[in-house]
Design a protein around this ligand. Structure first.
Ligand code: FAD
Length: 391
């Protein structure tokens, strides 16, 4: 007997679809195939293990391909997601920056709640069932070739995540099956990751230091994006949440495949009165001493040693220290991938426009967002939407 619905991968998008579908259609047979012996590993690692699952400012505009996301989300997406979370019995809170976490401050609480609900709805789960290929047979049924044998299903959802952080999720295998079905795949670029820069003499000396800074992404000499937040220096890179979010915009630029010459500019004194600081430096008897009064001693030393030729240069580097981009960090450490199945090839129900009854969910889709709970929100809401629409 074929399954009514087979889902490849057990992540948040897949769990949301299975739960929504089974609640509406209790008699349908649903099976999820997961390659690992443990499910929802990526979800359990999110938000440093704390599970930042959505955000007060959940707006489609934050996402790449926002028009499509807007159609998937419909009206009041945050409320819809919170209703789903409520229905699992989860308790949560919102921090000062609008990020939602489970009250337990453990992402595993969400994982347990999802698994509990899947079990109570009698959704079958096949663990250690790597799906090698999905295709349609002559009878119009989907065939899933797994390491443990073949299964058939009337509808299939692919929810295997993208190619970042492969140790916790996808490996790009399902992109191959999707291409065989006639889909295309955009360029895939690691996102929400540190940014490597060429000025290693500077970054090495500041390595390990954190600053509350404004970080600008400059492309071809023009401002492309900026954000305020915590910046962390690494030996040869810029990191920290603010850099991760800037990397999201940089990844979108790289994804488009355009020739770009990105630079990062850092304002270390974003909240200070520029004129006052300029006057203070220019009127001081000992400019180096004054610098020590303003910023972290190591930053003061770095500025003096590298940019101390004139007061003008010192001030410039306090408010706009420039770094040329050497590339994005390693894909294995990236929290997201920019790119995937083009949104133009999907209906807003997440069903393929090319193959009937084939659904594509979560990170497999060409949309992404900065950190803050937005990527999990899309995973959940895409799964809920698909589960509501499948008959
Ligand atoms: C370290 C880290 C931290 C993050 N923190 C946050 C955060 O705080 N907030 C936020 O919103 N987002 C965060 N994200 C992003 C978020 O985790 C993802 O957007 C989300 O998990 C995507 O869900 P998904 O259902 O598309 O796929 P995934 O969660 O990637 O799940 C896919 C599942 O499919 C399985 N699978 C893959 N291929 C196969 C196959 N061929 N056969 C069978 N099974 C297969 C995988 O093992 C996996 O269990 C983070 C990501 C990472 C890596």
């Amino acid at each position: 007997m074929p399954y009514d619905l087979a889902i490849v991968g057990l992540g948040p998008s897949s769990a949301a679809m299975a739960i929504t579908y089974k609640r509406l259609n209790p008699n349908k047979k649903v099976c999820i195939f997961e390659k690992y012996p443990v499910a929802l590993r990526k979800l359990s690692s999110t938000g440093n293990g704390k599970g930042n699952f959505t955000n007060d400012n959940l707006s489609p505009l934050i996402y790449d391909n926002s028009e499509f996301v807007s159609q998937v989300f419909g009206e009041n997406p945050k409320e819809k997601l919170l209703l789903f979370i409520d229905s699992l019995g989860l308790k949560y809170f919102k921090d000062e920056e609008g990020r939602f976490y489970p009250l337990s401050l453990s992402a595993k609480t969400i994982t347990h709640a999802l698994l509990r609900e899947l079990s109570s709805l009698y959704v079958d789960i096949e663990y250690e069932a790597f799906v090698e290929k999905v295709y349609k047979n002559e009878d119009g049924l989907f065939v899933l070739n797994t390491v443990n044998g073949s299964y058939t299903a009337k509808s299939v959802a692919l929810a295997t995540g993208s190619i970042n952080y492969q140790s916790l999720g996808g490996d790009g295998n399902m992109f191959v099956s999707l291409k065989d079905f006639g889909h295309t795949v955009t360029k895939l670029v690691q996102s929400n990751i540190y940014i490597k820069v060429n000025e290693k003499a500077i970054t090495k000396r500041l390595s390990g230091l954190r600053f509350n800074a404004r970080v600008y992404l400059i492309n071809d000499g023009e401002e492309y994006y900026h954000e305020d937040g915590e910046l962390l220096f690494k030996d040869n890179a810029l990191s920290g949440i603010v850099t991760f979010n800037v990397s999201n915009r940089l990844a979108r630029l790289y994804k488009k495949g355009l020739d770009c010459n990105p630079e990062i500019v850092i304002d270390f004194l974003k909240d200070q009165d520029t004129e006052e600081i300029v006057n203070y430096i220019f009127n001081s008897k000992n400019v180096y001493e004054s610098l020590y009064n303003i910023v972290h001693p190591e930053l003061a030393k770095v500025i003096c040693d590298n940019y101390g030729h004139s007061n003008k240069e010192i001030v410039q580097n306090l408010f706009s220290m420039r770094f040329t981009v050497a590339g994005l960090g390693d894909i294995e450490n990236a929290q997201a991938t920019s790119g995937g199945i083009p949104t133009t090839e999907l209906k807003d129900t997440m069903e393929s426009k090319i193959v009937d009854n084939l659904y594509v969910l979560g990170d497999l889709v060409d949309t992404d967002a900065p950190s803050g709970g937005f990527n999990l929100s899309f995973a959940f809401l895409s799964g809920i939407k698909a589960g509501e629409s499948l008959e």
